[in-house]
Design a protein. Structure first.
Length: 268
């Protein structure tokens, strides 16, 4: 005898299916932003403008160091204290440690951008990765299938790593494993279970939308259109080059002054 399902149950199940499909699309949108779109924008920025911003930052750091050296020496003079060049060097190294770390991070971002540009995927490779990942998400994503996800945490970590690194061969191998796993037979969920699922799906949808909104309203995403505008890029480059020229003059001046004060008032 056929089991007749209640219309309310069928309507709620259909609604949950729609919510799950919506969540899947949002998850894929978020993942594409994080793993592809944002890195590509960052690459465009570093290659077109970032390297000049780095040069400006380097000069500003050197100017600030020279000013600080002069300040330390002047304070010692005002208090009739003696100070050595070695003491100043140690203090500057300590005080500017954070600046140096920021310089290293910026330099690494430029190197990463150049590397990504060299290894950028073809359109066909990108489509293949997206398709395989979409299939994997349908089965193993924690928001889509929490029970199966909880039993395969290690496998999901491998999927995330392969997708992040655009590793097509690994994704293909993982898909072979996942698609043959199968899912355990599921008992007919009662209305309460469906209602819990509906609530959980809505919560996940809100959270993913918030993440997407945060990403698309911040740096570097807000530069996306500007970086495609040749006139805007050229104007930013012009301004940066102008600032770099001015800072180079200031750097030479303060460096000479700092060296002179060090020779005249420091020992060792």
């Amino acid at each position: 005898m056929d089991i007749i399902q209640h219309p309310d149950y069928l309507a709620l199940k259909e609604y949950c299916d729609l919510l799950q499909a919506n969540l899947l699309e949002l998850i894929l949108e978020k993942e594409e932003l994080v793993t592809t779109i944002i890195p590509n924008i960052e690459t465009e920025y570093q290659l077109k403008i970032g390297f000049l911003a780095f040069e400006r930052f380097c000069l500003q750091t050197e100017i600030n160091k020279a000013k600080r050296i002069m300040e330390i020496i002047q304070t010692a003079i005002n208090h009739n204290d003696t100070i050595s060049a070695l003491d100043i060097e140690k203090r500057i190294k300590l005080e500017f440690n954070e600046w140096e770390n920021r310089l290293k991070e910026h330099l690494q971002m430029i190197k990463d951008a150049r590397q990504r540009e060299k290894s950028r995927l073809s359109g066909e490779e990108s489509r293949m990765i997206c398709e395989i990942y979409r299939n994997l998400v349908k089965i193993l994503h924690p928001d889509i299938n929490p029970e199966l996800y909880s039993r395969n945490l290690g496998l999901w970590s491998q999927i995330q790593e392969a997708y992040k690194n655009a590793d097509v061969s690994s994704l293909e191998a993982l898909w072979l494993i996942v698609q043959d796993m199968g899912q355990p037979p599921e008992e007919m969920p009662v209305m309460e279970r469906l209602m819990e699922k509906e609530s959980s799906l809505k919560k996940s949808i809100r959270e993913v939308r918030e993440i997407i909104a945060e990403i698309t309203s911040g740096h570097p995403y807000i530069l996306k259109d500007n970086l495609m505008d040749t006139a805007w890029v050229e104007e930013q480059r012009r301004k940066l080059k102008e600032e770099i020229s001015e800072l180079a003059v200031q750097n030479s001046k303060f460096k000479i002054l700092a060296e002179q004060m060090t020779r005249e008032h420091c020992h060792g």
